[in-house]
Ligand binder design. Structure first.
Ligand code: ADP
Length: 414
């Protein structure tokens, strides 16, 4: 848009000069009048230009277009970020909060509009955050605990937008970190579990290499020890393979309708022939209900529970295997009057490699993976494991199956 029509103005100026030149000539003050005309005309032009600038800067139509576009962009950003799971905060060039979403309240403790215009570094005053924010180099991310709740692990990132404005994103990475830690711990545990028997075998082999094979009694003892350790490694690897297979499939592949009693009797036989014959194992089974599931997996889960009960129950102790219908479906319970477990261990028993007493578990040939395997098998069957125990009195491990997994002959006849 043109502020001044210069052609018109030149004509006007020329006309004014001629007119004033003539008047000046009449009164012999031509030079003065021409100078005055030029001065006044230039002043008038400058005044018009200045007025146009002033009025233009407050002109609603002119300025509104630009402002409205900017506001629309900000509104669009706010709408997009309002319901995201990541905490999002808009910060102006002075470091004050101009907007934040609801997730920012949970993760960062920032409430909008209550904290609007407050400096972000006054509200998140962890030194690592202040250093990151004020550094103004946001190429990397910042990992920190939530200032609102120390149980949340956050990953923060900042991006510039507009003129000096910043967008702060806070992502909850608690679960990702937990899984990562689980993986690292798992690898460390497996390495440790395998290294221990290998070290023992190595030790015996070195002794045999140094001392020769003449002392038959010593040799026999060394071979027995090495055999025991090799078996321990074998069971560990076997359990690891089972666990990894269970984890890799979300559901059981083949399913059958199973009678529980024969399965329990077979397991009892196996446990007794594994050297736990002195314990009394009683089976109480409601034969009118059948269980739908994978025979191999269920056998493995129940056998693990019964083997544990036998391992942690002294000779002459009593173990009861019960299969019965209940309000939710049906339950397979393994109850013993053995050594029992202290309450604080119970929530962790199904973690891989978790043992109440490590040396005792190694002594009994345990891998620390048995209950983790049971848990996965039950998940495959939409069932849940409940554990209750009293130290010195005994333990109850019960597998609760939903109604959808059982078939009752009473139902069939009705
Ligand atoms: P393990 O191979 O060591 O038996 P599990 O995962 O089967 O590993 O069991 C984890 C731990 O739970 C065992 O080390 C043991 O301390 C405890 N536990 C399991 N069952 C019983 C039980 N019936 N009585 C007492 N403690 C038990």
């Amino acid at each position: 848009m043109q502020i001044i029509d210069w052609k018109l103005e030149s004509r006007r100026f020329l006309f004014a000069l001629l007119l004033m030149g003539a008047v000046g000539w009449l009164f012999s003050i031509t030079a003065w009048l021409l100078f005055l005309t030029t001065f006044v005309y230039s002043g008038w032009l400058l005044f018009r230009i200045q007025r146009w600038h002033c009025s233009n800067s407050s002109l609603p139509v002119q300025r509104g277009g630009h402002w409205a576009e900017k506001q629309a962009a900000v509104d669009y950003l706010q709408d997009s970020f309002a319901s995201t799971e990541d905490g999002t905060v808009m910060i102006d060039d002075t470091g004050a909060i101009s907007w934040s979403n609801t997730a920012a309240e949970k993760l960062l403790g920032l409430r909008f509009p209550e904290h609007k215009s407050q400096k972000i570094c006054d509200l998140i005053n962890a030194p690592e955050f202040i250093r990151y924010f004020e550094n103004r180099d946001y190429a990397g991310n910042l990992d920190m605990h939530s200032p609102n709740n120390g149980n949340f692990d956050l990953q923060l990132s900042i991006r510039y937008f507009g003129q000096g404005n910043r967008l702060l994103f806070a992502r909850d990475v608690t679960e990702t970190n937990r899984l990562q830690k689980m993986r690292t711990d798992f690898v460390a545990n497996v390495s440790h579990e395998l290294r221990t028997p290998l070290t023992v075998i190595n030790g015996y082999l070195h002794t045999l290499a140094d001392n020769g094979l003449e002392d038959e009694v010593r040799c026999q003892r060394a071979i027995q020890q090495m055999l025991g350790q090799a078996q321990r490694m074998e069971s560990l690897i076997k359990d690891l393979i089972v666990l990894s297979r269970l984890e890799s499939v979300p559901e059981v592949a083949s399913q059958q309708l199973l009678s529980v009693r024969p399965m329990l009797e077979l397991i009892r036989q196996e446990v007794m022939s594994a050297g736990h014959g002195e314990r009394q194992i009683i089976i109480e089974c409601d034969d009118s209900i059948q269980l739908q599931g994978n025979r191999e997996e269920l056998h493995s889960a129940f056998a693990n529970l019964l083997m544990n009960a036998a391992k942690y129950t002294p000779e002459q102790g009593e173990i009861r295997l019960r299969w019965y219908e209940d309000k939710m479906g049906a339950t397979l319970a393994v109850e013993d009057n053995g050594e029992g477990i202290e309450a604080h261990h119970i929530p962790r028993l199904t973690e891989r490699f978790y043992r109440v007493d490590k040396s005792r578990s190694v002594e009994t040939g345990g891998t620390g993976l048995g209950l983790a395997i049971v848990k996965y098998i039950l998940i495959h069957h939409q069932a849940a494991l409940h554990i209750s125990s009293t130290l010195g009195e005994g333990s109850h491990f019960s597998c609760h199956f939903p109604r959808s997994r059982i078939f009752s002959s009473a139902d069939a006849h009705s």
